[in-house]
Design a protein. Structure first.
Length: 622
């Protein structure tokens, strides 16, 4: 395997804080590496140095294989708000495309359109300023993947993505022959893609072949071995200490090298590795929880033409743990804000159940139904945008409890650090602590895994499993949901919320099995229906009135029968057209204009087939 990247003696510090010093490692072609370290220890800084966005303090040497393409996905995507999606990608990737000939440029544009479609961004003319955080991340990913770079460097690629987008990205990267180095907290994503884990620990780099579970085992072995070696060094140090304490007259004749070796031993003996982790012992427990939590009765919420909840009824129970899943924009965060009363109702009509709802952004919508909260309810609400720290305040200003801060990995030398200097993950950890220390009895977490490191997530999971209150979680982290949720509220769109009993993995397996069965049934039934319709049309028309009168299943009308037959022909023809276009696209013989038209037509066909299959299914079950 060719060596894609060689690192020698690079360092990074911020003031007195040393992130890493004189580290080195090698990345070979085909390596898919997950970089793991606690928040604030230099993961993003290291990626930026490798991508040329920052410089090593000590110089050092960074050598990439000649002529390989490199693409860097940063946590925050730089974009022009007034650009439409397609223009943004093409203008942002101008450095890449400027050297392309017309054929390569045409191929790149086609790939951009295909990835945008796969990420469910079909309106290429939509302005960037109109996109959600998850949609902006999908634009950034499209730009990266369409580049066909040899080496991807990715910083938290799954942050803000819904699970459908994560699973598409996961499938693509696992099949791709690319080389990659990424920071991620998503353990399923890591295990399904990466063949190597690289750990940044105490300023040094350790490499483990295999997945996340193997990393945990090997890391524990490394720490145990290090500490065992420390015990041996301490035994030697005791003998050397006796020698150093001998009479001053004897010391004058001592060899200088032995004195120097003693001080090195003393430094080494003082170092012990521990499994450093957040401790939640001091925030365990909750306020007393009554029998009434939150009762929702016939609740609907609309904003403009969008329906986020449609006649939702449910009484939340003591100690239950509910996971909430659904696509971006389906209304999950809106649902939480309604449950918590974060959207304050103002009476606007005579019907006591109907309100205009307004939040801090002056969002207005129509709420109907009732939401009742228990008198003993004490809500702890961890919001995606809930951090309101003053960047000039210190860590101690935010949480005035030195012991508790220490247990949450904020040691004494960090207590007077300005919050503005903390990493994103450190700010999230501080925000989480500020909520948990109030001991809520209903804990609501909206995307809590974003920006938290894996070590913190593991401990948070253990805490939440033992949490003596009720729990509602919105998350795209499949591992997190599998470990915690007793059942799921699935936001299907158009206000439909379905209750699924079981884990997220069970839900996804159910959906995939259902979709496979539906597709197989349609493929099996369509030819039979097409053959039989012409033969039985007259008998069906003559018998329809009798069966309706008897209270049985309603038969199709003559017009509906004709519509069903035509749908079957249309779907077959569209699929044949799509197969032909895909063959043409892969032939390499089309001109730029022909490629563009073919790509656009495939998108139209997919939408048409989906609509026609839905109507076919409606008629088939009458």
């Amino acid at each position: 395997m060719a060596s894609y990247l060689q690192i020698e003696n690079i360092s990074k510090s911020y003031g007195p804080k040393v992130l890493f010093e004189n580290i080195g490692f090698n990345i070979n072609e085909g390596d898919k590496i997950a970089l793991i370290a606690p928040n604030g220890t230099g993961k993003t800084s290291l990626l930026k140095i490798l991508a040329g966005k920052d410089k090593s303090d000590s110089g050092g040497k960074i050598t990439f294989l000649k002529n390989i393409g490199i693409s860097f996905l940063e946590q925050e995507y730089d974009f022009c708000p007034e650009n439409d999606i397609f223009t943004q990608i093409m203008s942002h990737s101008r450095e890449l495309t400027s050297s392309m000939d017309s054929d390569r440029l045409m191929h790149y544009e086609l790939r951009v359109r295909q990835f945008l479609t796969n990420f469910k961004l079909t309106d290429f003319s939509k302005k960037m300023k109109e996109l959600s955080g998850g949609e902006i991340k999908r634009v950034a990913l499209t730009e990266m993947l369409a580049s066909e770079a040899d080496f991807f460097i990715m910083d938290e690629p799954t942050n803000h993505l819904d699970i459908d987008a994560i699973e598409f990205l996961e499938g693509y990267l696992s099949r791709s022959r690319c080389t990659l180095l990424m920071v991620t907290h998503d353990r399923y994503f890591l295990d399904n893609i990466c063949n190597t884990v690289m750990e940044l620990d105490h300023g040094a780099v350790y490499v483990y072949k295999g997945g996340y579970r193997n990393y945990l085992e090997k890391r524990s072995e490394r720490i145990a071995s290090f500490n065992a070696e420390t015990d041996k060094v301490r035994n030697i140090l005791r003998r050397e200490l006796e020698w150093m304490r001998s009479t001053p007259q004897a010391r004058t004749g001592k060899a200088k090298y032995r004195i120097d070796a003693f001080h090195e031993l003393k430094d080494r003996a003082s170092r012990v590795r521990t499994e450093k982790a957040v401790s939640m012992d001091d925030v365990k427990g909750s306020s007393r929880l009554g029998t009434k939590i939150i009762n929702c009765k016939d609740v609907s919420f609309r904003y403009g033409d969008e329906c986020y909840m449609d006649h939702f009824t449910y009484n939340f129970q003591r100690y239950e743990k509910v996971g909430i899943v659904g696509k971006n924009g389906a209304g999950k965060s809106t649902f939480l804000n309604l449950l918590t009363g974060n959207y304050t109702p103002d009476m606007v009509c005579t019907d006591a159940r109907e309100y205009a709802v307004r939040d801090s952004d002056d969002m207005r919508g129509l709420l109907t139904g009732t939401i009742e909260r228990g008198e003993s309810l004490k809500i702890g609400y961890y919001r995606q945008t809930g951090m309101e720290f003053n960047p000039e305040d210190t860590v101690l200003d935010a949480v005035n409890d030195t012991y508790l801060l220490g247990r949450f990995l904020f040691p004494h030398d960090m207590l007077h650090n300005r919050i503005g200097t903390l990493s994103g993950g450190e700010k999230r950890r501080l925000y989480l602590l500020s909520i948990l220390k109030e001991k809520p009895n209903l804990l609501i977490l909206d995307e809590p895994t974003n920006d938290l490191d894996i070590v913190t997530l593991n401990v948070l999971e253990e805490y939440l499993k033992e949490f003596s209150g009720s729990l509602i979680i919105v998350s795209h982290d499949r591992h997190f949901l599998d470990r915690l949720a007793d059942h799921l509220f699935v936001f299907c769109g158009d206000g439909v919320i379905k209750d699924f009993t079981g884990s997220y993995s069970s839900y996804r397996a159910f959906i995939k099995e259902y979709e496979a069965e539906r597709k197989a049934e349609m493929q099996r039934d369509m030819p039979d229906r097409a053959k039989s319709k012409g033969q039985s049309r007259a008998q069906d028309a003559g018998a329809s009135g009798k069966q309706d009168a008897a209270g049985g299943k309603r038969r199709l009308s003559y017009r509906e029968q004709r519509e069903l037959e035509q749908l079957e022909k249309d779907i077959e023809a569209l699929n044949a057209e799509k197969a032909g276009l895909e063959k043409d696209l892969n032939s390499g013989s089309l001109s730029y204009g022909e490629l563009q038209k073919a790509s656009e037509r495939i998108g139209e066909i997919i939408a048409l087939v989906d609509a026609k299959e839905t109507r076919w299914l409606e008629l088939s079950i009458i």
